[in-house]
Ligand binder design. Structure first.
Ligand SMILES: O=C(O)[C@H]1O[C@H](OP(=O)(O)OP(=O)(O)OC[C@H]2O[C@@H](n3ccc(=O)[nH]c3=O)[C@H](O)[C@@H]2O)[C@H](O)[C@@H](O)[C@@H]1O
Length: 319
C-alpha cells in the first residue's frame, strides 16, 4: 500500500515517502486498509473488533451516528491502526482503501421508518457512493442486504401482486437475517432487544399478534465470521447469513421469560402491517461456498446479551 497523506487520501506509490510523523509505517506495517460504513453500529462495531484483531489491518469507520454510537468503538479510539470519521454515506467519501464493508443504514423499523425518504437515500445514494468509491480505488466491496427483501415469500407463476425478484449485481452481498447480541440499542425496537430490556425492567413482554410468526436469530459473532469469510473468498452474492434455528415470537418470549425474569407477563399487542409470517434462512450456499455455519444457539446467545443489557441498564444480577 502507498503511504498516507495528511488528508487521509493516498498518494501514488511513486512519490517519495512522507516524513515522520505522517508515516504510520513508523509504528506498524499495514497491508490492508478497510473501510466499514456504519462501523459504529451494532453489527459494524463487532465487525471492527474482529478486523482490528488482525495487526495487518488498518480500519476506517464512517458513521453519521444516527443509530450508531462512538461508545461502541471506544476501545479503538486513538489506536494507530484505527480512524473514525463522522460521515453520512449519502455524501461522497474519498478515501483510498482495499476493502469496503458497506453496512451503513438504520436497520430497525422504528428508525428506518422515522424518515423513509432519508432511508431510501441512504440505501440508494449511499450504495452508489460506495460502489463509485470501490470502482475508483479498485477496492473489493461487500454490501450488507437484509432478509427483509424476501418479503412474505410467493412463488410461481407471478401475479401482479408479486413484489418481484431483483437480480443483484456482481458484488459480495450478504443477506443478513435477524441478528442479535451485545451492543444492540436498548431502544432499538426489534424483538430480541425489546424482550430482554422488558424482562430486565420487569415489564410485560410485548408479543405482536398473532405471536405465531417466526424468525431465525443469529448471534452477532457468527454473523461477523460469515461477513469476513464472504469478503475473503472469491464468491460474490447474494449469500444468506443467518441461523436456521426458527422460533415463534411466543416461543422467544417464553425463553426470555424463563431465562431472565419468570415473573413478567406476556401480552399480545397489535402488529404492524405486512409483517412476514415466517422467516428462516436456507444457508446451503454459505455452507458450501464459505464453509460457514452458525455456532451459537439462541439459548447460549441470549445470556451473553442479557449480561450486556444488565450493565447498560444498571440492573444488578438477579432482580
Ligand atoms: O433484525 C433484522 O435482521 C431485521 O429486523 C427487522 O425485521 P423484523 O424481522 O421485522 O425484526 P423485528 O422488528 O425484531 O420483528 C421480528 C418479529 O418480532 C415481532 N415483535 C417485535 C417487537 C416486539 O416488541 N414484539 C414482537 O412480537 C414482530 O411482529 C416480528 O414478527 C428489520 O425490519 C430489518 O431491517 C432487519 O434486517
Amino acid at each position: 500500500m502507498a503511504a498516507n497523506s495528511s488528508n487521509g487520501d493516498h498518494v501514488a506509490s511513486k512519490q517519495p515517502p512522507l516524513p515522520s510523523p505522517l508515516r504510520f509505517s513508523k509504528f506498524f506495517q499495514s497491508n490492508m486498509r478497510i473501510l466499514v460504513t456504519g462501523g459504529a453500529g451494532f453489527i459494524g462495531s463487532h465487525l471492527v473488533d474482529r478486523l482490528m484483531e488482525n495487526e495487518k489491518n488498518e480500519v476506517i469507520v464512517a458513521d453519521n451516528y444516527f443509530t450508531g454510537s462512538k461508545d461502541n468503538l471506544k476501545k479503538w479510539i486513538g489506536h494507530p491502526r484505527f480512524e473514525l470519521i463522522r460521515h453520512d454515506v449519502t455524501e461522497p467519501l474519498l478515501v483510498e482503501v482495499d476493502q469496503i464493508y458497506h453496512l451503513a443504514c438504520p436497520a430497525s423499523p422504528i428508525f428506518y421508518k422515522y424518515n423513509p425518504v432519508k432511508t431510501i437515500k441512504t440505501n440508494v445514494i449511499g450504495t452508489l457512493n460506495m460502489l463509485g468509491l470501490a470502482k475508483r480505488v479498485g477496492a473489493r466491496i461487500l454490501l450488507t442486504s437484509t432478509s427483509e427483501v424476501y418479503g412474505d415469500p410467493l412463488i410461481h407463476p407471478q401475479p401482479e401482486s408479486y413484489w418481484g425478484n431483483v437480480n443483484p449485481i456482481e458484488i459480495r452481498i450478504a443477506r443478513i437475517f435477524n441478528t442479535y447480541g451485545p451492543r444492540m440499542n436498548i431502544d432499538d425496537g426489534r424483538v430480541v432487544s425489546n424482550f430482554i430490556a422488558q424482562a430486565l425492567r420487569g415489564e410485560s413482554l410485548t408479543v405482536q399478534s398473532p405471536g405465531t410468526q417466526t424468525r431465525s436469530f443469529c448471534y452477532v459473532s457468527d454473523l461477523v465470521d460469515g461477513l469476513i469469510r464472504l469478503m475473503g473468498g472469491s464468491d460474490t452474492g447474494p449469500i444468506n447469513l443467518g441461523n436456521p434455528g426458527e422460533f415463534t415470537m411466543l416461543e422467544l418470549a417464553e425463553t426470555v421469560k424463563e431465562l431472565i425474569n419468570p415473573e413478567v407477563e406476556i401480552k399480545i399487542v397489535e402488529n404492524t402491517p405486512d409483517d412476514p409470517r415466517q422467516r428462516k434462512p436456507d444457508i446451503t450456499k454459505a455452507k458450501e461456498l464459505l464453509g460457514w455455519e452458525p455456532q451459537i444457539k439462541l439459548c447460549d446467545g441470549l445470556p451473553l446479551m442479557q449480561e450486556d443489557f444488565r450493565l447498560r441498564l444498571g440492573i444488578d444480577n438477579k432482580n
